[in-house]
Design a protein around this ligand. Structure first.
Ligand code: AMP
Ligand code: MG
Length: 327
């Protein structure tokens, strides 16, 4: 399924620092697998599930430092590439099952939806998440949007305007490939608006997300985090392989020159906008198979926690059966 290159597992564990720097915490793979297994729709109520270790390992909490994250690590998963790909394939149908249930709930008048926000530098694997994780869900149930540099029309509105217009409706899973966070990332790095303007946006984003949550949307925010060396290798591959030329953009090298500024902008965005309602998860993404597995688990955990239920549709079943029999 995945085409990523195999690399040795060099994940470092520093358990003593696990609270302050969640991504370096020791992996507990068996628990993670057990949790994933239990996320089958209808199998168990969310409250019966054990705490999801992968979620805690990746979540941006107080004291988080992006520079402490080992992009090669695979928190919450001890196996290698083939085990990771196997786990991804095994759990793939569950995502679709949950979405169907969420959709069914909306048919009964439910208002809930899920929004996955994916941010990450060029080549960090955002597109791969769409192709390998999100693709497992019925396309009808997905509302996916890739945010590019704003169009002239979008620029005439507030930065959240286009985002509001792309939110998932009831029963849907929304996916943002880049998002309103670009307005405190690329915009901050390149001074596209004055500091006085972008510096207010963190609070505006938090208020906006609170509103989105209040309207019934669960938000899962993911940063796919690769190292500078890995990005260089991926850009080189895009240049060396004809089947990857189409992914290459000369502008990616210009952006790469601002690596440190991007890290600073991400650090600020992650810590200022990781809230209880809409936490950030930083997913080490040098290993594509791990990033895909981790995002799949984050989605499954969120859906299991939402625990959508089959709706009470109010049909008079015996009467409807009688009517059917009469045909
Ligand atoms: P890609 O995702 O590689 O197709 O590139 C999309 C480009 O759009 C990236 O270079 C983003 O930084 C840029 N972009 C997305 N949102 C914004 C924004 N709000 N302002 C400026 N550039 C943006
Ligand atoms: Mg790009």
């Amino acid at each position: 399924m995945a085409k990523s290159k195999s690399k040795s597992n060099t994940s470092k564990a520093t358990p003593s620092k696990s609270k302050a720097t969640p991504n370096k915490a020791k992996a507990t793979p068996n628990k993670a697998k057990a949790t994933a297994k239990k996320s089958k729709p209808g199998s168990k109520k969310a409250k019966d599930l054990p705490a999801a270790p992968l979620e805690e390992l990746l979540r941006v909490d107080r004291g988080f430092r992006l520079e402490d994250v080992d992009c090669e690590s695979t928190p919450g998963f001890e196996g290698g590439k083939s085990a990771g790909q196997k786990a991804l394939a095994e759990h793939a149908p569950e995502l679709g099952d949950w979405q169907e249930k969420l959709y069914a709930e909306s048919k009964g008048g439910g208002q809930r939806s899920l929004l996955l926000v994916v941010q990450g530098l060029d080549t960090s694997g955002k597109g791969g998440l769409m192709r390998h994780v999100v693709s497992q869900i019925d396309p009808e149930g997905i509302r996916a949007t890739a945010f590019k540099a704003p169009t002239a029309e979008e620029r005439r509105h507030d930065f959240l305007w286009r985002v509001r217009n792309a939110l998932p409706g009831p029963g849907k899973i929304g996916v943002f490939d880049r998002s309103h966070y670009e307005d405190v990332l690329v915009v901050r790095v390149h001074d596209l608006v004055p500091r006085s303007e972008w510096s207010k946006r963190y609070a505006e984003i938090n208020a906006f997300e609170r509103e989105v949550i209040a309207s019934g949307t669960r938000i899962v925010k993911v940063m796919t985090h690769i190292s500078s060396d890995e990005q260089k290798a991926r850009l080189r591959r895009r240049l060396e392989r004809p089947d990857k030329h189409y992914k290459y953009n000369p502008g990616d090298i210009d952006e790469r020159l601002h690596w440190d500024d991007y890290m600073e902008a991400y650090q600020a965005a992650l810590t200022k906008t990781s809230t209880k309602g809409a936490p950030w998860y930083v997913v080490p993404a040098n290993k594509k198979w791990y990033a895909r597995y981790a995002v799949q688990q984050l989605l499954l955990n969120a859906l299991a926690d939402m625990a959508p239920t089959w709706p009470e549709m109010g049909w008079d079943i015996p009467a409807e059966l009688a009517r059917l029999d009469a045909t």
